[in-house]
Each structure stands twice: as structure tokens, then as C-alpha cells.
Design a protein around this ligand. Structure first.
Ligand SMILES: *Cc1c(COP(=O)(O)O)cnc(C)c1O
Length: 387
């Protein structure tokens, strides 16, 4: 058995650190070099070394990342893209044809919703939004014979709604559709959808997988090899691949995902505890809280409950906006999943485009991406910002 085969049975962190790459035979380089090359010398016409001919089709730095992505999600093959949305777009074109239909979360990530509603729809892929927490509603949204994909995020953004991956896989498969899970919020450390019956895992690796807010990227991971071939064909045909510099950074981040996620979760739990008893906080939303509607399912399918915490303040929308503006250790900004704590007002920032629709989020809502700083500094900052 090769080292890589042994890794199939290894623990999460061992896979994150060692899968996808053996130290370079020529130099012993422990870390995959950044192969900044577009093309490869052939030993005679068609005599490719290791299958590499052109870097859109394959690049060793990207190959290493794709190997580890598959390993941490317990999949067979991983694919790295220039962004999460590039991964999603490639997947939609690989899996659907004009006339097909998709069921999507009624609180889907804004960019995903825009891709379905403003881009895919024009090409003939129709969609119906439904609540991922409501298995019956997701089933009812299926159009028999036309629905090819059921798309799920869990936890969702920013209300942290939970969908039952195992139950939704059953719903999709009964209808002859595939279950796609956007696993960005949980990260592969906390949740591995392919082991629960999902067919495709999607990531914005920009978030927890990269983990340092220094690179934009996306990924797809699958178990089925036929599906993998379809995705590989579209990845090469459409060309929205991760470049070698981006692949290097994302791979470097992924090695420490486990230790980072445990600290994100430790800190988030302490932030939740602090906010729950704070006089100026009306409600704390976190799947780890026993009174969260999705708590039991989250406890069943997630290792821990993640680093994102949302809360509503007592003083209405202006109070929420003020809290975001006053925080100092928490940086005011969009995105999530980096080592640094971020704070945002979803109503006026990430979710401004859904104001006035069914997807509108409460004006008094604040979303935190709890980072891995010293937790006392985070609590003191929130206390100051809420005052
Ligand atoms: C950020 C994000 C995306 C989009 O990824 P990009 O890397 O920004 O293209 C998709 N889904 C979720 C849940 C996200 O948070």
C-alpha cells in the first residue's frame, strides 16, 4: 500500500496535512512547489510526463490541492476553481440542460441565488426556492421529471438554518435528482456531506478552507467517478480553474483547518454564552443552542457548531448598525471564515439586495464571523460595541 492509500483510513488532520502530495522525488520538497508554468515539455510527441500537457487541463500545484480536497471530504475526486461561484457555474453546466429544474434554498447565499436567477435561468434552467429546514417543502418543490438537482446549504447565511442532509439526499434520490451541498459554512472538518448521501460538495474555499482571507477560490468534490469525469470535462472546457499561486495558498490554509476550526468553535461558544446574558441582546442565533430549531439535526451531522454567530439587538436597526461601527477587534466587513473576527450588518451589507423580498433579514440583526484571536479581547470588544 502506498502512503496515499494508508491515508484513506487516517484521521482528519493527517489527511489534511499529507493527502494529495508525496515529497518531490527530485528535491525532497515537503511542500508542493508553485508550478508557474503554462505548458510542459513532452518526451517525443504525446510523451507527457505525469499526464501534464497544459495548465488549464492540469497543473501539479492544483493537483495536490485537488487531492487533499477529496481526502478531507471523504470523496474520490476534488476539483479546484478560481472562485466558489466558478465552481458552481461549472457544476450547473455539467449537470443540467435547458428545460431542467433545480430546488434551491430560499435563503441561498446571495451570489448563488443570483447565478440561478439571473444567469442559469436565461439559459433555460428554472428553479424553485424552499426552506432547507423543511423536508416536506423541499420535496414539494420538486418538479417530477424535470428536477435534476436539489441544492442545500447548511448552516445557511445569516440565519444559520439547518437542513437534514441525510433526509434531503433521500428526497433528491427518490426524484431521480442529485443532492448538492454547499459545505462552506461548516467546512469539511465539521461536516462531510458525501458520507451522509450527498452527491456533490461545493465550497467557497475563500472562507474556512483557505482560512486567512488572502485568496479567492472554489471547489467541487464527488464520490461517483462518472460524475467526476463530467465535471473534469467541464472544468477543462470552461477553464475557470484555480491558478497555481491561489492553489498553493488554499492548500497551505487547508493543512491547519482542524486546529483553526476547533478554536473558531471554542471562541464562538464563549461569544454565544456572553451574548445570551447581555441586556442589549434580544436573541442569539447559533445551531449549538439547545433551543435552536435545527439543534438536534446539527448535533447529528456536525462535529461542532461552527464559527458564525448571529444576534438581534434590543435597540432596533440603528442600534445594530451602531454596534457594527463601534467594534474594533471585530473588523467591519463582508466574507467570513478567516482567522480574524469580522462583524457585519446583513440587512445593509451582504443581504441588501434581498430587502423588500421574502428573503429580507431582520434590520436588528448582526452577523459575526468569530475568529481565533484571544477570546477575552473579543468579548470586551462586543461589550464596548453594545454599550
Ligand atoms: C462566499 C460563498 C460562496 C461564493 O464563493 P466565492 O468564492 O465568493 O465565489 C458560495 N457559497 C457560500 C455559502 C459562500 O459563503
Amino acid at each position: 500500500m502506498s502512503t496515499q492509500e494508508h491515508l484513506n483510513k487516517a484521521g482528519f488532520d493527517t489527511r489534511a496535512i499529507h493527502a494529495g502530495y508525496e515529497p518531490d522525488e527530485k528535491t525532497g520538497a515537503v511542500i508542493p512547489p508553485i508550478y508557474a508554468t503554462s505548458t510542459y515539455k513532452q518526451d517525443g510527441v504525446g510523451g507527457m510526463r505525469g499526464g501534464y500537457e497544459y495548465s488549464r487541463s492540469g497543473n501539479p500545484t492544483r493537483t495536490a490541492l485537488e487531492g487533499v480536497l477529496a481526502a478531507v471530504e471523504q470523496g474520490e475526486r476534488g476539483f479546484a476553481f478560481a472562485s466558489g461561484l466558478a465552481a458552481e457555474d461549472t457544476l450547473l453546466r455539467a449537470l443540467t440542460r435547458p428545460g431542467d429544474h433545480a430546488v434551491i434554498p430560499d435563503d441561498a447565499y446571495g451570489g448563488t441565488y443570483r447565478l440561478f436567477d439571473k444567469v442559469a435561468k436565461v439559459w433555460g434552467l428554472d428553479h424553485t426556492p424552499a426552506a432547507v429546514s423543511d423536508v416536506d417543502a423541499m420535496r414539494a418543490a420538486i418538479v417530477p421529471g424535470r428536477t435534476k438537482i436539489v441544492w442545500v446549504e447548511t448552516p445557511t447565511n445569516p440565519m444559520l438554518t439547518i437542513g437534514d442532509i441525510e433526509a434531503l439526499a433521500g428526497v433528491a434520490h427518490n426524484a431521480g435528482a442529485l443532492l448538492v451541498v454547499d459545505n462552506t459554512f461548516a467546512s469539511p472538518y465539521l461536516q462531510q456531506p458525501l458520507t451522509l448521501g450527498a452527491d456533490v460538495v461545493v465550497h467557497s474555499t475563500t472562507k474556512y478552507v483557505g482560512g486567512h482571507s488572502d485568496v479567492v477560490g472554489g471547489a467541487l468534490v464527488v464520490r461517483d467517478l462518472e460524475l467526476a469525469d463530467q465535471i473534469a470535462f467541464h472544468q477543462n472546457s470552461m477553464g475557470a480553474v484555480a491558478g497555481p499561486f491561489d492553489a498553493f495558498l488554499t492548500h497551505r490554509g487547508l493543512k491547519t483547518l482542524g486546529v483553526r476550526m476547533d478554536r473558531h468553535c471554542d471562541n464562538a461558544e464563549k461569544v454565544v454564552e456572553f451574548l445570551s446574558t447581555h441586556a442589549k441582546v434580544a436573541e442569539v442565533i447559533y445551531p449549538g443552542l439547545p433551543d435552536h430549531a435545527g439543534h438536534a439535526i446539527a448535533a447529528k451531522q456536525m462535529k461542532r457548531f461552527g464559527g458564525i454567530v448571529s444576534f438581534r439587538v434590543t435597540g432596533g436597526e440603528q442600534h445594530a448598525v451602531d454596534v457594527c461601527g463601534k467594534a474594533e477587534v471585530f473588523t467591519l466587513g463582508e466574507s467570513l471564515g478567516g482567522v480574524e473576527s469580522l462583524i457585519e450588518h446583513p440587512g445593509r451589507m451582504t443581504h441588501a439586495s434581498v430587502a423588500g423580498t421574502d428573503l429580507e433579514v431582520p434590520g436588528d440583526l448582526v452577523r459575526l464571523s468569530v475568529g481565533i484571536e484571544t477570546v477575552d479581547d473579543l468579548l470586551a470588544d462586543l461589550d464596548r460595541a453594545l454599550a
